[in-house]
Write a protein that binds this ligand. Structure first.
Ligand code: ZN
Ligand code: ZN
Length: 312
């Protein structure tokens, strides 16, 4: 092949890669706007429509009131119960919201584990020095070459077309957090999915409890704007809880079998160590299990070598 033809192929490949990257960036930007809009709307309804009026001792059921649509609580409602419920609701909501936001930001803005030349060098050194027993670290024969990054791919690393980089222990590229999910941020992603699930469930339950405990469904006047806003928030959070639950269950399975989404799609199970606890430790580390629930890094591994079950 002459030099011109090679150059043309290289230019064409680069254009395709740039197109993938731009498309992925647009997808990520739209998803990010959607996520923040949803969080903003839910925050407004839960804090300013559900909790704050209860804490202040006002009811939102009468639009005719001169007080911005609110009237003082009715005789049959206990003001202390309303205040207590409002305060508990606002605390529960903020706990799950803050945890979800920290996990979201850490997943979104972490280096997921971009493969560098130093990684490849370090991997070569690891393989030379390793003395496997009943398990083995991966050998050079199992490393693959990435033509786009011009680097050897460590075991479990894959090239992401969205990021245009190779990622250590790549799981998938997530448009919702606009980042790749790899070795460095998989724990944050896992926690994000679980905390956002708890946030959606808590929002749905708090809205239903608000209706049931204070007045009942029959007391809700037709066409009341604030109750309609609460209803919209309930429907959205309930729907999100359903879809997030399915995603969470899938990732619990992957976590407890030490498998990535890519490996699962390829039906590979060579890193499943047989014990759910050992598999979970591969992601969250072997130290304090309580820290597993916190959005901090607890895994001291390098993301280059992994215990692999030997197939006899
Ligand atoms: Zn690559
Ligand atoms: Zn990516």
């Amino acid at each position: 092949m002459d030099i011109d033809a090679e150059e043309e192929i290289r230019t064409r490949t680069k254009k395709i890669r740039d197109k993938h990257k731009t498309f992925s960036q647009w997808q990520g930007a739209i998803s990010t706007i959607f996520v923040w809009s949803m969080l903003g709307y839910t925050y407004y309804t839960i804090v300013f429509i559900l909790c704050y009026p209860l804490i202040q001792g006002v009811d939102i059921t009468d639009n005719a009131s001169a007080n911005g649509g609110d009237i003082n609580i009715k005789d049959n409602l206990n003001p202390h119960q309303m205040k207590l419920f409002g305060m508990i609701a606002i605390v529960i909501y903020h706990i799950f919201l803050v945890l979800s936001l920290i996990c979201y930001l850490r997943t979104s803005f972490s280096d997921p584990g971009y493969v560098t030349a130093e990684h490849v060098q370090s991997l070569a050194m690891n393989v030379v020095n390793s003395t496997p027993r009943n398990m083995s670290t991966n050998t050079p024969a199992s490393t693959r070459y990435c033509v786009y990054c011009d680097l050897d791919k460590p075991p479990r690393a894959h090239h992401c077309r969205g990021c245009n980089r190779c990622i250590l222990r790549m799981d998938h590229h997530c448009v919702w957090v606009n980042n790749c999910i790899g070795f460095n941020n998989y724990k944050f992603f896992l926690l994000f999915v679980n905390y956002i699930l708890l946030l959606c469930i808590s929002v749905s339950v708090l809205i239903v409890l608000r209706w049931v405990l204070f007045g009942g469904f029959k007391s809700i006047p037709k066409g009341n704007v604030k109750h309609i806003q609460l209803f919209i928030t309930f429907v959205l959070s309930f729907a999100f809880a359903g879809s997030t639950f399915m995603l969470a269950v899938y990732h619990w399975k992957l976590w407890l079998t030490n498998t990535t989404t890519i490996e699962d799609l390829e039906h590979k199970r060579s890193y499943d160590l047989g014990s759910a606890l050992e598999n979970a430790s591969q992601v969250c580390g072997e130290d304090s299990h309580l820290l597993w629930l916190c959005p901090v890094r607890t895994n001291n591994r390098d993301g280059l070598t992994f215990p692999e079950v030997l197939i006899a």
